[in-house]
Design a protein around this ligand. Structure first.
Ligand code: CDP
Ligand code: MG
Length: 757
């Protein structure tokens, strides 16, 4: 690169010394400055008095002073040094130069749109600036900063606590669903957008906040979009409240228009050139192509040149790739440099989150396997190569059938550009797109459709109704959802008994809204009062909310793992919900033992989380005045309560072994990981649909068809549940047919293991 300015003489020449005459101190300084230059992408350096100065070829200059100020650190000084460096790092972020201007603009305007390249310091720095400027001092008001993803909220809070030298949960905390890490002291609160939405329910004017930062606004998640309408509304009668809408995309006019022409504050970013490479022909198997590309890069490019970031679609895929990479690296053995594999996805356990930010040891390289989360929410320093297969998981919703599913779909052009940009933060980068340039130009959509236009809206409609917002069509949406989706949500809430026929919130609806869960699951909990099994249903709800990774299935012990898993199914094998209940109860009887988990092939981490979640559900039960009660082994009662929430997810077995959803008539299959896959019952309710090779029902429980009419008479009629088809089934249901059914889904599954994470 060319150097923009060279205002200072070469350090080698200063004081007439040559490089050879360097003292130990100076050698260390030299090493530090070179490291900083490399890290920051500086193209030249200079010296002013006792300070070194780094120069950049776009003319931006940054001063790093205290790195050079000290002497060679020994162990005792290392800790202090780390703290000083952290403060220095803060000053190198692009937003730092604009701190005063930014604060002035915030002071002047009530609503400000802030736009800046990812990694410019918006998320970590701006709340600190507000804190330093006194926004948290008077009357002890707080600064809220929302994030679309829980991992981002948690890791950013941890980082900011570290920068401020405070304990996480004290001055700086976070709040995500089922986990509140804040205290009375907390003044900077990072939280998921969904949590701020829930705070509206308790505090409709957000009176305890002086500033609300809606961060990552470009992500346009469902909760963020609803927040836009709500905060715009409260800003009118709370002139003391400051609103910051922060986004990584340059197209901020849309936000400005929505917020009555609010001014846009731009943080000029520095982004280096990124060379984009495409594949010559489309890849048949993008996972394999991704693995090969990562290994090729690792082998051909020196480890010191930089780390690799690979975008994948979800936890299952990440774990599969991690395993294959480990195998192949084992084969390569000592012939190549060490490759440290760092996975990052939404449910990554807290204790592993910090690891992704740690630099690889000397001589090794890091490969980060990430979901969309690394696209803009999290910035990992040191990335030089991005591998982009071009896919992500998107939620899609069919308002006609009311079916919501997660599917793997091509990313948008905007996403692809963001992904590529991750390689050019600290120096020129390289991006390897595992698709053709033709695909990029002609097949990718320009932007991702906002989530509000492809989601089931039952949850937000329930929240809005609880807030007393009855005119949903008149709600101030940035992009309104389809009228059909709103209608469907109202219908669903009506079917669940949360709304009456006039669309007004019922007592059931009010109670359901207290639970931070999907309305169907909340309804099952509320219904458990009637069936006398609240203890069991909240256990099941906690297990369902703790994540899909309850069981594990090591390659070399699959037979044992499968046997252990089967043992949790009740006699008669009535379904997965009861199995989850049995797992939890058995674990509780073991004294919540980790040893027991190992022996039972159950993930201890998931169980611990389930226990936390359950504790919170117990408190919420008390709030809605449902007494804890147990059905004492009456599994019928438990299944009825589940059905009371999930009756819309009822499906009937077909002769070919598939199922058909009773109302929507959609063809669905039992997920191969389900305990009922081997002997499919005629009628089932399922928790959710996942689309992999087919539409699979995950967490399936047997039900009696007459329950549907009994529990949801307004939804099912007799004719829905007794058709001749059923009777025919009775006479032809043979053992052979059942085995075929069990085997069918697995045949299409390339890697069965990925289902058992
Ligand atoms: O929000 P924005 O993308 O503008 O930047 P940021 O998230 O505030 O990141 C600023 C810097 O903090 C980056 O260099 C990150 O690598 C660093 N950071 C970190 O080291 N650890 C975290 N948990 C979060 C950010
Ligand atoms: Mg950010």
């Amino acid at each position: 690169f060319s150097v923009a300015r060279r205002r200072y003489e070469e350090p080698e020449a200063r004081d007439g010394k040559t490089a050879k005459a360097f003292t130990e101190q100076e050698a260390w300084e030299e090493q530090q400055i070179r490291k900083s230059m490399l890290q920051l992408g500086s193209t030249d350096r200079g010296r002013r008095g006792d300070e070194y100065e780094l120069l950049f070829d776009d003319g931006v200059e940054f001063v790093r002073s205290s790195v050079m100020a000290g002497t060679v650190p020994d162990d005792a000084e290392a800790a202090m040094d780390a703290k000083a460096t952290l403060q220095d790092e803060r000053k190198t972020l692009p937003v730092y130069k604009l701190k005063d201007d930014l604060l002035k603009a915030i002071d002047e305007y009530q609503v400000l749109i802030i736009v800046g390249e990812t990694g410019s310091g918006k998320t970590t720095q701006i709340p600190q600036y507000l804190h330093e400027a006194g926004y948290t001092a008077k009357g002890k008001k707080k600064v809220a900063c929302t994030q679309p993803r829980r991992v981002a909220a948690m890791s950013v809070a941890a980082r900011v606590a570290e920068e401020m030298g405070v304990k996480l949960g004290h001055e700086v905390g976070y709040s995500v669903r089922f986990e509140d890490c804040t205290s009375d002291k907390t003044v900077i609160k990072y939280m998921t957008d969904g949590m701020l939405l829930r705070e509206f329910l308790g505090e409709p004017d957000l009176g305890s906040y002086s500033v609300v930062v809606i961060d990552e606004a470009h992500e346009r998640t469902l909760s963020t979009d609803i927040l836009f309408g709500l905060v715009k509304d409260i800003a009118r009668f709370r002139p003391d409240l400051k609103l910051l809408i922060s986004s990584a995309t340059l197209n901020a006019e849309k936000f400005s228009d929505f917020f009555d022409s609010a001014p846009i504050f731009r943080i000029p970013g520095r982004r280096f050139d990124v060379a984009v490479h495409y594949t010559k022909a489309p890849e048949a198997d993008y996972i394999d192509a991704a693995i090969v590309t990562v290994l090729q890069l690792h082998v051909t490019e020196p480890a010191a040149s930089g780390d690799i970031l690979l975008f994948l679609t979800g936890q299952e895929e990440i774990e599969t790739v991690e395993e294959i990479l480990r195998q192949r690296l084992r084969v390569l053995g000592g012939k190549v440099a060490e490759l440290v594999i760092c996975p990052i996805y939404a449910n990554l356990p807290t204790e592993l989150q910090a690891k992704i930010f740690e630099p690889a040891p000397e001589g090794a390289r890091k490969v980060v396997l990430a979901t969309n989360i690394a696209e803009t929410s999290l910035t990992i320093d040191g990335i030089k190569y991005v591998v982009d297969p071009g896919f992500c998981k998107v939620k899609s919703y069919n308002p006609r059938t009311g079916m919501e599913s997660l599917l793997v779909a091509p990313v948008s052009k905007a996403s692809a550009e963001q992904r590529a940009g991750r390689s050019g933060r600290t120096g020129p980068g390289k991006c390897f797109r595992l698709y053709t340039e033709y695909n990029f130009l002609n097949d990718l959509d320009a932007d991702t459709v906002p989530e509000i236009q492809r989601s089931n809206l039952a949850n937000v409609v329930l929240a809005l109704k609880t807030l007393g917002i009855n005119d949903l069509v008149g709600f101030d949406f940035m992009d309104p959802p389809a009228a059909e989706s709103l209608l469907k949500a109202l219908e669903e809430l009506f079917a669940l008994g949360a709304l009456n026929s006039r669309g007004e919130l019922t007592k059931t609806g009010r109670r359901m809204a207290e639970f931070p869960l999907d309305p169907m699951l909340s309804k099952a909990i509320v219904a458990s009062e009637k069936y006398g099994c609240s203890e069991e249903v909240i256990t099941i709800a906690a297990m369902l909310s703790a994540g899909n990774a309850v069981f594990y299935r090591p390659k070399d012990k699959q037979v044992h793992a499968d046997a252990a898993r089967r043992a949790f199914h009740a006699a008669g094998n009535v379904g997965d919900h009861v199995a989850l209940l049995n797992v939890y109860n058995a674990w509780r009887e073991s004294g919540y033992s980790a040893q027991w988990c190992r022996e039972s092939f159950v993930q201890h981490r998931t169980m611990r989380r389930a226990r936390d979640v359950r504790g919170q559900l117990v408190a919420l039960l008390e709030r809605v005045e449902i007494a804890p009660c147990s059905a004492a082994g009456d599994l019928g009662a438990v299944r009825k309560a589940i059905t009371a929430g999930y009756f819309r997810h009822a499906a009937r077995l077909q002769r070919d072994g598939s199922y058909r959803a009773v109302k929507s008539r959609q063809t669905v299959f039992v997920h191969p990981s389900s305990g009922v896959a081997q002997a499919p019952p005629r009628w089932v309710v399922y928790h959710e649909l996942v689309l992999t090779t087919k539409e699979y029902m995950r967490q399936v429980t047997e039900l009696k068809p007459e329950w549907l009419v009994e529990i949801a008479p307004h939804y099912y009629e007799r004719k829905d549940v007794d058709e001749p088809e059923v009777k025919k089934m009775t006479s032809t249901a043979t053992g052979q047919e059942k085995t075929t059914t069990g085997a069918t889904p697995t045949k299409h599954t390339p890697n069965l293991n990925s289902f058992f994470d």
